[in-house]
Design a protein around this ligand. Structure first.
Ligand SMILES: [Cu+2]
Length: 167
């Protein structure tokens, strides 16, 4: 008889398990109310210092979207470069290659991370070498949010520090 008890308990758990997945949508009212003022914020912006005579380099950052609806990064510009485009990395013939993309989605209440080896800003036609220690100003344009201008420090190594290194 006692063997039936765990079996019944399991059955009850199985019956209950779909419930948590059925209550996703409606965000709490206070969160929705706070959303319009949150908007887009840029975190950890940085640009890789140029090597030698290179006239191209890459920029990285985290774009956070505190708003209630998805947004998209659609363009970027820098006085230091002739063009700034949005690149992603994709597999092609077994290799990772850079490829331009029209826009980058920044999900509502979440963020898009541009990191070495992944999505990045591609600065081309640099008007001068970029040295570690200086900063350049980039303007990011979004589908919905107002343009955001930010200072991007130039760094020799733009890789994000491992989580344990920041403690
Ligand atoms: Cu690129």
């Amino acid at each position: 008889m006692r063997f039936f008890v765990p079996a019944l308990a399991l059955a009850a758990l199985a019956a209950c398990s779909p419930a948590p997945q059925e209550r996703p949508s409606a965000p709490p009212a206070d969160k929705a109310a706070a959303a319009p003022t949150a908007g887009i914020t840029l975190q950890n912006p940085r640009v890789r210092a140029t090597l030698g005579q290179n006239t191209a380099t890459a920029g990285y950052l985290v774009i956070a979207n505190g708003g209630a609806s998805d947004d998209r990064l659609v363009a970027a510009a820098c006085d230091c470069a002739e063009a700034v485009s949005i690149h992603t990395m994709r597999h092609e013939n077994g290799r990772m290659i850079m490829a331009p993309i029209e826009s980058l989605t920044v999900p509502a209440g979440s963020s898009a991370a541009l990191d070495p080896g992944g999505d990045h800003l591609m600065l081309t036609g640099l008007k001068r070498p970029l040295k570690a220690g200086e900063t350049v100003s980039l303007t990011l344009t979004f589908a919905n949010a107002a343009p955001v201008e930010a200072a991007f420090p130039v760094v020799a190594d733009p890789r994000t520090p491992a989580p344990h290194a920041s403690h």
